[in-house]
Ligand binder design. Structure first.
Ligand code: AMP
Ligand code: ZN
Length: 484
């Protein structure tokens, strides 16, 4: 099994520190808004990694945190806390905001059939651990206090340890890029210094006592404190989206090293971005949409709705380290592909067996496993699976043959790969076939009503369907519908 390590920039043979246990930490969401489809891509990628590692026999402790305090509006530790701001605007308690979006986040990941993490710790539940870590970093000489705020001294750290190893950037370039950062932040000594602890202004709601007065933790320290608490001072894999490399993960490593004199994770694993017309999907760029919009088709970018498993399959048809561009065409192709795959799986129990098999199925099996063991290469694994689909259809048509024992192994293999590792599941096909049939009937009757110019009845039908969350759109040539 090889995994690409961002730290060393190469694929490495994966050897857990304490086999068969594997410790994996993935940075979770900041719960101040709904998770968009880009966020989901990252978590789906790690879900497949966890599923595959478990399938190989490892006992995975998967820690994915939730950020409920300390993530300020920009990466230079300025502005308001994202959650506190939302709470202020909506006149709610910060923890009401967090709860609202946590419930939605879990619901969405459940729709995509993600396994829950082993531990889901929150930043606000680990204030003591973050204060302890901050104290040790100060003791070790890599942080300083100015008026109740603790800053990490990046330039001092960089004199002893490689600060930019993860991003591969040059320290001088980073300094150059932050030339204006000190404006209005006179208390910070170096332009790249970041906050471990911030003094709370009088109006700040989320605040805790500390040796430096009332305040709240910085964003990066939560992950250092929680990963150390649950996975130890050194663990196997640390992950997240690659947009976290330059600041959040770079600073996480620096804090950990400054506190414990060792790097937290052996392997850093980063997922690439979901894009729309080549641009990163992001809330701030206004090109993001929510999974619920994708399922219902209720968004200007969407021609119609797509089911959660179609979307999951679409995501897995790209390697997690490549960008994946959203498009209706690609989703429609994934829908067809998934249907072919699921149909083939359903055909297996009914396949007639013979005295010999006309093909060597083990070749497909090993190419699927080789792909998955090569840095979780799901697109190659899926391409090989389709070779299996072709053979299954050909046996079904009587053009190829299979023995009873090969049929049994084939069934077990597909169960493992399709359901346990890729995490796909049957969507109630029979029910949706019926809904499809019913809707065709209703819309056909409505068409006749409209042909008779009985628009009142036609609107009544449309409104009644809307009440059932079924949206009906009258186009130029035809009428389409989708489930809201
Ligand atoms: P956030 O809540 O913004 O911290 O993001 C949660 C996770 O989603 C992080 O690991 C991000 O790197 C990841 N993420 C954000 N945008 C995208 C995107 N367009 N594609 C893939 N992952 C993303
Ligand atoms: Zn993190």
């Amino acid at each position: 099994m090889k995994i690409y390590n961002t730290l060393t920039r190469q694929k490495e043979v994966f050897q857990p520190l304490n086999p068969p246990y594997v410790g994996l930490y993935v940075c979770g969401p900041t719960l101040y808004s709904y998770a968009h489809l880009g966020n989901c891509r990252t978590y789906i990628s790690f879900d497949v990694a966890v599923r595959y590692l478990k399938h190989l026999g490892y006992k995975v402790r998967y820690v994915r945190n939730i950020t409920d305090v300390g993530h300020l509006e920009n990466d230079a530790d300025e502005g308001e806390d994202k959650i506190a701001k939302r709470a202020r605007l909506e006149k709610l308690e910060p923890m009401e905001i967090v709860q609202l979006y946590a419930v939605d986040f879990h619901h969405v990941l459940d729709q995509f059939n993600l396994l829950p993490p082993s531990i889901e710790p929150s930043a606000s539940g680990h204030i003591i651990e973050q204060i302890e870590m901050t104290k040790r970093i100060i003791e070790n000489g890599f942080a300083y206090e100015v008026d109740g705020t603790i800053w990490f001294d990046v330039e001092k750290f960089a004199k002893t340890y490689p600060y930019t190893q993860l991003s591969g950037r040059k320290l001088d370039d980073l300094l150059e890029g932050t030339r204006d950062n000190l404006e209005g932040q006179s208390e910070k000594r170096g332009r790249l210094d970041f906050a471990l602890w911030k003094k709370a202004k009088p109006e700040h709601i989320m605040r805790w006592p500390s040796p430096w007065g009332e305040g709240f933790p910085g964003w990066h320290i939560e992950c250092s404190a929680m990963s150390t608490k649950y996975l130890g001072e050194e663990f196997d894999i640390h992950g997240g989206g690659l947009d976290l490399i330059p600041t959040h993960h770079t600073n996480e490593i620096a804090q950990h090293v400054a506190c414990l004199h060792k790097s937290p994770a052996k392997i850093w694993m980063h997922t690439n971005m979901l894009t729309v017309n080549g641009q990163k999907m992001s809330k701030s760029l206004g090109n993001s949409f929510l999974p619920a919009q994708l399922f219902s088709g209720n968004h200007p970018l969407l021609e119609r709705g797509y089911s959660p498993m179609v979307v999951r399959f679409f995501m897995l048809q790209a390697h997690y380290r490549s960008t994946l561009d959203f498009s209706n065409e690609a989703l429609q192709a994934s829908e067809k592909g998934l249907q072919r795959l699921m149909n083939a799986v359903k055909l297996i129990p009914g396949l007639k067996t013979s005295d010999n098999s006309s093909f060597d199925f083990s070749k497909i099996e090993s190419s699927v496993y080789d792909a998955m063991s090569d840095d979780f290469n799901t697109p190659i694994a899926i391409a090989s699976l389709f070779e299996g689909v072709r053979i299954i259809n050909s046996i079904n048509d009587g053009k190829d043959s299979i023995t009873a024992s090969d049929k049994e192994s084939l069934q077990k293999f597909l169960q493992d790969i399709v359901f346990d590792i890729l995490g796909l599941k049957e969507e109630s096909g029979a029910a949706s076939d019926k809904v499809e049939g019913l809707m065709n009937l209703v819309l056909e009757l409505r068409k006749q009503v409209r042909a008779n110019k009985d628009f009142a009845t036609s609107d009544k039908i449309r409104d009644a369907l809307n009440e059932l969350s079924i949206q009906v759109k009258d186009g130029k040539d035809d009428t389409t519908w989708n489930l809201g």
